[in-house]
Ligand binder design. Structure first.
Ligand code: FES
Length: 294
């Protein structure tokens, strides 16, 4: 395995971090608001996590400060750039708390190995924020402190990227199902209507794509079965509501999806669930995945 990848993978195996990880989860569960505010922190209105988008601000301003610091050393009269560099560092410091809050909201519902990596990522960013803050008060070592802070933030940010892409924290875990199911080109036969138990979600398949199928009398509704959040099987979840308001709640972290349009109503998922069009013909259930709701 490439050296850098092994290095970034290592924190996921550090079980010694578990007490800290558990404490951070408990505190977040108690302190962070629920409902719509929590949904906002997750990034639900955007359909993807908010935290990585917010991280652009502290990273961008601190790198800009670093460039100004370099220019202040290299250019004649560069001392005048110290004040704007300090201002950018102040913006970095100010943006850390809201960025961390969004990350913390996502952190709560990650798997334990992902949480260990997230703890190291957060610790690195806390050190970076402390160095940036110290740089605001030190005339002599401001540049040095800003450089050190941005270097630590760079490493922590790279670990965050590894967590997002290598460990798929925050990725949509259901997007591929649309393609596995044939991009909604044709209806597939899911079998006789009578084989579906009344009111109990069950798993059926279109090709290699699992579906969560619910029968209510002569009607059938369905969603793709792999939760967009972290991939749990939705058919093991709880059904609520009736008619177009019927929802299913994921058994792992409680994301609630509406059958009618796949919309996320609650929980940590940000991407809507790919929807499934169904019909009953000659006593058989036909379905096709029509894709993520637009
Ligand atoms: S896997 Fe986390 S809410 Fe479904």
């Amino acid at each position: 395995m490439p050296l850098l990848s092994s290095l970034f993978d290592a924190p996921s195996r550090w079980a010694a971090l578990d007490p800290v990880a558990g404490f951070a989860k408990d505190v977040a569960d108690r302190l962070l608001p629920g409902g719509a505010v929590r949904g906002l922190l997750h990034g639900r209105p955007a359909g993807h996590p908010l935290h990585p988008a917010m991280a652009q601000l502290p990273i961008g301003t601190s790198v800009s400060a670093l460039l100004l610091d370099a220019a202040s050393v290299l250019l004649p009269g560069g001392r005048a750039l110290d004040l704007p560099a300090r201002g950018l560092a102040a913006v970095s410091v100010a943006s850390v708390a809201p960025t961390a809050l969004a990350g913390w909201a996502d952190y709560v519902d990650l798997h334990p190995d992902q949480q260990r990596t997230a703890i190291v990522h957060a610790a690195g960013n806390a050190v970076a924020a402390a160095l940036w803050t110290a740089s605001l008060f030190s005339r002599r070592h401001g540049r040095l402190l800003r450089t050190a802070g941005t270097s630590v933030a760079g490493a922590a940010g790279a670990l965050g990227g590894h967590l997002a892409y290598r460990w798929a924290a925050g990725a949509n875990h259901a997007e591929h199902l649309v393609h596995l199911a044939g991009d909604g080109q044709e209806f597939s036969d899911l079998g006789p209507l009578d084989d579906l138990a009344e009111g109990r979600p069950q798993q059926r398949w279109i090709g290699d794509a699992p579906l969560c199928v619910l029968r209510r009398g002569g009607e059938v509704m369905a969603l793709t079965d792999t939760c967009t959040h972290l991939g749990a099987s939705l058919h093991e979840g709880e059904v609520k509501g009736t008619g177009p308001r019927t929802t299913i709640t994921c058994p792992w972290h409680g994301s609630e999806f509406r059958f009618a349009d796949g919309d996320v109503l609650d929980g940590p998922a940000t991407a809507p669930q790919p929807t499934v069009e169904t019909k009953v013909s000659a006593g058989r259930v036909l379905a096709r995945v029509v894709g993520p709701p637009l």
